[in-house]
Design a protein around this ligand. Structure first.
Ligand SMILES: *Cc1c(COP(=O)(O)O)cnc(C)c1O
Length: 389
């Protein structure tokens, strides 16, 4: 994965920093774009996974739209050059200020998550003498079979409108003259690796979409959200997610009415594998039962393990180059950061070649939900990312 030239380059940088392999990102984008064309699916990239501008530019140039979850993401998408008519705005708690930003930019659609939100959107659009196109985010009560902190499509979750409320909602919509309902939106969770879940989603969406048809409502687009998982266990073997099978499932099981557009909002599956957090061993400490490799990155740079108990592969790049051909003995380390929290740990009992102060460590598959969550807790420094082709 890492050439000795790149490792050399890492050695010279001040750590920790994010490294992005734009070559891999481009390969991923081409693959997704090819499949989207084959099936006539529209891809909207979910900015919240990673909103670095060089990355957004590549996605925009590939013809993807933008899926945003804040006013600032909407502004950034427009600034980077995404066509306003390809920008979607989702989120359970859009403020008036954020809604106005999106109305002023004439974005494609608001993915609305509650009746009150739609009423406020109607008022704000009326004040500007505009009509806002909306998609209803419907909670389909489909279990994504992923970590419960990243499950969003169950009745107990805060997201979306419950099916039981839809009939009443349609009555309300008749009174709202500045709202045009054009789409249905679903997003049931993230890091979904059991692809059968998506078949279940399709079947549920077919039922709901038929119900709207029976009510005489023409739905122009179906938005199936994101959520495709990646292989955190084997990032080198599976550096591109299984988009083929993913899209094939929707092609087979989703009923598209005449002319209906199908949208996806993919985040993680596009950008996760191209990013790595590069860090250095500060100290090795031999504890009573455990050896600690203390590195200069912490939960302030990559929060996922602390937040979702997530797994990231960890490689010692310095030691693997030095011992490339030898059968060196492996040592178990708890790889931990410097932050004053016990959850500030990237992995327990990680098998690494014997490691020493100064070694360069790569925390893999960190391109999604990594750098976007950086905080300056403990007044941490922040280094710029490194991009390579
Ligand atoms: C986070 C999010 C996505 C992207 O999810 P991934 O799992 O990263 O593909 C898509 N749609 C909405 C509404 C989201 O909140």
């Amino acid at each position: 994965m890492f050439s000795s030239m790149i490792i050399e380059k890492f050695q010279q940088q001040s750590t920790p920093f994010y490294h992005y392999d734009l070559g891999l990102l481009n390969k991923t984008i081409e693959h997704v774009a090819g499949l989207a064309k084959k099936y006539q699916f529209d891809i909207h990239y979910a900015l919240k996974a990673n909103s670095n501008e060089p990355i957004l530019k590549l996605l925009k140039d590939a013809g993807f739209g933008a899926d945003c979850v804040s006013g600032n993401e909407v502004k950034l998408a427009a600034k980077v050059g995404f066509d306003a008519k390809s920008i979607l705005f989702a989120g359970v708690g859009k403020t008036d200020k954020e809604i106005n930003i999106a109305l002023d930019l004439d974005i494609k659609a608001f993915n609305c998550e509650s009746v009150q939100e739609i009423e406020i959107l109607n008022e704000l659009a009326a004040a500007k003498n505009k009509t806002a196109e909306i998609s209803l985010r419907i909670n389909p009560n489909v279990d994504a079979k992923t970590h419960k902190y990243i499950t969003t499509g169950l009745d107990e979750n805060k997201f979306g409108i419950n099916q039981a409320d839809l009939a009443q909602l349609l009555q309300t919509l008749k009174q709202l003259n500045h709202i045009q309902l054009t789409g249905l939106h679903f997003h049931i969770g993230s890091q979904i690796t059991d692809l059968n879940v998506f078949k279940g989603l399709c079947l549920r969406v077919n039922e709901i979409s038929n119900w709207f048809k029976e009510q005489g409502i023409n739905i122009e687009h179906l938005n199936l959200g994101g959520g495709l998982g990646i292989d955190y266990q084997q990032p080198d073997e599976h550096c591109i997610a299984d988009f083929e099978q993913y899209f094939a499932i929707f092609d087979e099981f989703l009923e598209r009415k005449h002319d209906q557009q199908v949208h996806f909002e993919l985040g993680r599956s596009i950008v996760a594998q191209c990013g790595n957090l590069i860090t250095r061993v500060v100290f090795i400490k031999n504890g009573l039962n455990t050896n600690f490799a203390i590195v200069d990155a912490g939960m302030t740079e990559l929060m996922r393990p602390a937040l979702y108990q997530s797994y990231h592969q960890i490689d010692n790049l310095t030691a693997s180059t030095a011992t490339a051909d030898k059968d060196t003995e492996k040592v178990l380390y708890d790889v931990v950061g410097p932050i004053c929290e016990s959850t500030d740990c990237f992995g327990r009992a990680v098998e690494l070649p014997e490691s020493k102060r100064g070694d360069i460590i790569a925390i893999r598959s960190a391109g999604a939900y990594g750098e976007v969550m950086v905080s300056n807790y403990n007044l941490r420094d922040r280094n710029s990312p490194l991009y390579t082709a």
